[in-house]
Design a protein around this ligand. Structure first.
Ligand SMILES: [Mn+2]
Length: 298
């Protein structure tokens, strides 16, 4: 198996003591637009192989850290959706009980719910940085689905005991958002910062995010790659024009303060990618995430 940056392959029962792990969650059954994000983990691993792992600006080489690639969670085709979700939850409960920070490669955005539910049993109060063009705050989408890629943040707030005031949704524009969804999110106290506001004064936004996380114990970061403009990242399930640039996202990742328990990176659909540019970009985002984790470890 190809591993991310050729990191050693590790089993989940031998991760104790590692500084970080990468793990694939190839589950896309709750995405109802352009499917195929279950192929993203391996496509991103392949794309990563042209990079060295060294970040010139920071002079950090993530390959010098003790990092392992735990491969992909395995979902058989005959598993029910609920069985897949509890498999994800159990895996991340185990990972967080070992105290090892992780980067989870999705998969559609619904996976963030079982991940957060799994880790919330082992960590204190959570702040969540939700980098996404969308709010993912529908009550049901499509009709009859209380949990899907478009309702996941509502599930996290209602069922994982996360205070909406400790959640920052950054990069919102969502031309597929409906007015009620936006009103509900604001009414509940969710901090929503739109893409154009980020572009105007990114330093101010980083300060604001730091304030939002001030009274939390740990931070979780969810990157829905559609937060990036489709010009740079066309291979996503629900592209939204007028998004962040890769540089802006990297600045945000480097600006995160506090103890990061884990990152996820979701909604990448290699079938809709263009010459692999989305997957290459995601490799860089993951390298930046790992560097951020290694810096906390010092
Ligand atoms: Mn999303």
């Amino acid at each position: 198996m190809v591993t991310f940056l050729n990191f050693p392959r590790v089993r989940l029962d031998e991760i104790r003591g590692l500084q970080a792990i990468i793990i694939g969650v190839p589950f896309d059954r709750l995405c109802f637009s352009r499917k195929g994000s279950k192929k993203a983990p391996d496509a991103i691993r392949r794309a990563s192989l042209i990079y060295s792992g060294w970040i010139p600006d920071l002079d950090i080489d993530v390959c010098e850290g003790s990092i392992g690639d735990a491969g992909n969670l395995k979902f058989a085709f005959f598993f029910s959706i609920n069985r897949c979700l509890s498999l994800i939850e159990d895996a991340f409960m185990r990972i967080s009980s070992e105290g090892v920070p992780f980067v989870a490669m999705g998969g559609d955005h619904s996976i963030s719910f079982p991940i957060i539910r799994g880790i919330s049993k082992n960590v204190g109060s959570l702040g969540i940085l939700w980098l996404d063009a969308h709010l993912d705050f529908m009550k049901e989408y499509p009709r009859g689905f209380r949990l899907s890629y478009a309702t996941v943040l509502r599930n996290i707030i209602e069922k994982c005991n996360v205070n909406p005031r400790n959640i920052a949704v950054i990069g919102f524009r969502g031309y597929s958002t409906v007015p009620n969804e936006y009103r509900d999110a604001r009414k509940l106290g969710l901090n929503v910062i739109s893409s154009d506001v980020v572009k105007k004064d990114i330093r101010m936004i980083i300060r604001k995010i730091t304030e939002i996380f001030e009274d939390t114990d740990v931070v979780y970061v969810s990157l829905d790659v559609d937060v990036i403009d489709p010009a740079w990242a066309p291979g996503v399930s629900n592209p939204e024009p007028a998004g962040l640039s890769p540089t802006e996202l990297i600045t945000l990742i480097r600006g995160i303060r506090g103890d990061v328990v884990g990152f996820d990176l979701v909604e990448v659909t290699p079938t809709y990618d263009s010459n692999g540019i989305t997957c290459s970009l995601c490799s860089i985002f993951i390298i930046e995430m790992l560097a951020r984790i290694l810096q906390t470890d010092k």
